[in-house]
Design a protein around this ligand. Structure first.
Ligand SMILES: Nc1ncnc2c1ncn2[C@@H]1O[C@H](COP(=O)(O)OP(=O)(O)OP(=O)(O)O)[C@@H](O)[C@H]1O
Ligand SMILES: [Mg+2]
Length: 198
């Protein structure tokens, strides 16, 4: 992926097929960290990914971009290219503390770079329904964001199956389709599809 951002390489030259039909992947490597440094001194640095996606045209139906949370040139690239942002939050209280800062970053992106950017929702992940701490944190999040940002009804549970699937480099919905984590991700897909802007 870093080549597509820092050189003349087009997206088609970095994407790889996967075992899943109609799913291709542009893998990130450690060298994305160097890309960040190289981009700092480059012309049009914030819009590199957007340009690459525009070149790809209608080749892809949906593009999912994984992004770092902290504000850097890679994050700016993802938010400049995206139409919607999903904000994943771990269920512990402390992960909600950085949320205000992240929302501020998104607002800055909306005013300076991508006015059409929509926050489609906050997604609580690794949720342990047996933990009172997690339940309180979720309740508080729903209250605090009420009327501001949608908190997805779907909550991704904490589950060993998610970790095992990562170990096998296979989506959990493929490897363990009936696990609670996989079912939650399928619910999320349906919920996201329902809120897609027309
Ligand atoms: N629902 C889940 N239940 C249990 N473990 C999970 C779950 N989802 C992810 N994990 C595990 O947590 C770890 C971190 O997950 P992930 O990479 O999705 O988080 P991240 O916040 O994007 O991390 P990073 O900051 O490195 O990008 C991985 O080892 C993964 O296997
Ligand atoms: Mg991550």
């Amino acid at each position: 992926m870093s080549h597509a951002l820092t050189t003349d390489t087009v997206l088609a030259d970095v994407v790889r097929p996967t075992l899943i039909e109609r799913l291709t992947l542009a893998p990130a490597h450690m060298d994305l960290a160097y890309a960040e440094e190289a981009l700092t001194r480059s012309v049009g640095r914030d819009l590199r990914l957007k340009k690459r996606l525009e070149e790809a045209g209608s080749q892809y139906e949906f593009v999912v971009i994984d992004s770092p949370a902290q504000l850097n040139v890679l994050t700016i690239n993802t938010m400049a290219a995206a139409t919607e942002v999903i904000v994943p939050l771990h269920s512990q209280y402390y992960s909600f503390v950085g949320l205000a800062q992240l929302l501020e970053t998104i607002r800055m992106m909306q005013s300076w770079v991508n006015p059409g950017l929509v926050i489609s929702g906050a997604l609580v992940t690794q949720f342990d329904k047996k933990s009172a701490l997690h339940r309180r944190a979720l309740e508080r999040l729903r209250t605090e964001l009420n009327g501001k940002i949608r908190v997805f009804q779907t909550v991704i549970p904490h589950g060993l199956r998610a970790q095992q699937a990562a170990e096998f480099h296979t989506p959990v919905v493929r490897l363990f389709p009936n696990s609670p984590v996989a079912r939650a991700y399928k619910d999320l897909a349906a919920e996201v599809a329902r809120v897609q802007p027309a």
